[in-house]
Write a protein that binds this ligand. Sequence first.
Ligand SMILES: C[C@@]1(CC(=O)O)c2cc3[nH]c(cc4nc(cc5[nH]c(cc(n2)[C@H]1CCC(=O)O)[C@@](C)(CC(=O)O)[C@@H]5CCC(=O)O)C(CC(=O)O)=C4CCC(=O)O)c(CCC(=O)O)c3CC(=O)O
Ligand SMILES: [Co+2]
Length: 301
Amino acid sequence: MRELQKKSCSKLILMLSVMGLLISGLWSNGAEAMEKQKEKKTAILLSAFGTSIPEAQSVFRNVEKMVRERFPNTEVRWAYTSSIIRKKLAAQGQILHSPEMALAQLMEDGYTHVAVLSLHFIPGKEFHDLMANARFFEQMAGGFDRVVVAWPLLSSHDDFVRVVEAVMAHIPKTRRPEDAVILMGHGSEKHPADAIYSAVDVEFKKKDPLIFVATVEGHPTLDDLIPLLKKNRVKKVFLMPFMSVAGDHARNDMAGDDPDSWKSLLTKEGYEVIPVLEGMAGYPEIVNIWLDHLQEAMKNL
Ligand SMILES: C[C@@]1(CC(=O)O)c2cc3[nH]c(cc4nc(cc5[nH]c(cc(n2)[C@H]1CCC(=O)O)[C@@](C)(CC(=O)O)[C@@H]5CCC(=O)O)C(CC(=O)O)=C4CCC(=O)O)c(CCC(=O)O)c3CC(=O)O
Ligand SMILES: [Co+2]
């Protein structure tokens, strides 16, 4: 009797373990099938600080054209990181999403992998806010499988060298070697990334002692440059926005007629001043640096 009981017990254990295996197999196939249902759907989110100046926005069309050429058959969407500019545009009837709104919409539309390109110059405040939002959307339950943020323009020494070459290729041909070129960066006095402007200035000086980087809201300042212009007996100064767009800062703080614009201050110091109102996102060599950063991010999706 005991023998019989032992046999039926082991049969029962065998049956239960086979059933267990079957259920777990079914379960994992089911989950796999679910996963398959959510097959990879990739999008690119272009995130600029933004501008409320229509002419300045036109360079962003150039960026989008180059993105679509480099990454065909991929959804491309826009976001502006500046809440002030988004509000200004909304009042003019132009709706631009914030990165968080754009990401929420992409999730809603079933995208599973998103590469976010920071069309900023430095990994400053705007960039870090963008990173935080992307991280949140990646960790959110039921959210994306992957969200990768591509570095802003000035993110490595190699970038600095490439940016120097790109800018020098776009300095007006009328500039003579004895003329100074002052690049107006935005600056970020509240963020350590502000130091990047000084680092890029060093790279410019290796190529040309009369190309200077200064900033609106950081360091170096325009005041830092005045003694250097004097020491080099400069007579003429070209002003160029070291920004993706020739927007409000370029048109007003750099080239405006207000007494405290860089053009007015330098004219008062006795210099002949030539403002150049071109956003650097209009220069293909600059956009290709951003696209290389985007390519890197796409590889990590
Ligand atoms: C945090 C803040 C300063 C603070 O308050 O601390 C800040 C920070 C930075 N702005 C940067 C870029 C630009 N700022 C503008 C323009 C404006 N910037 C303004 C405010 C602020 N800018 C505060 C946040 C307010 C918010 O978030 O909404 C506006 C709204 C008000 C004003 O300043 O007058 C003015 C309206 C212009 C208009 O109405 O159109 C433009 C466009 C243009 O010039 O037109 C560009 C793109 C330049 C380009 O295209 O490259 C960068 C460098 C990013 C990079 O690395 O590229 C940083 C630094 C960083 O991110 O660290
Ligand atoms: Co600003």
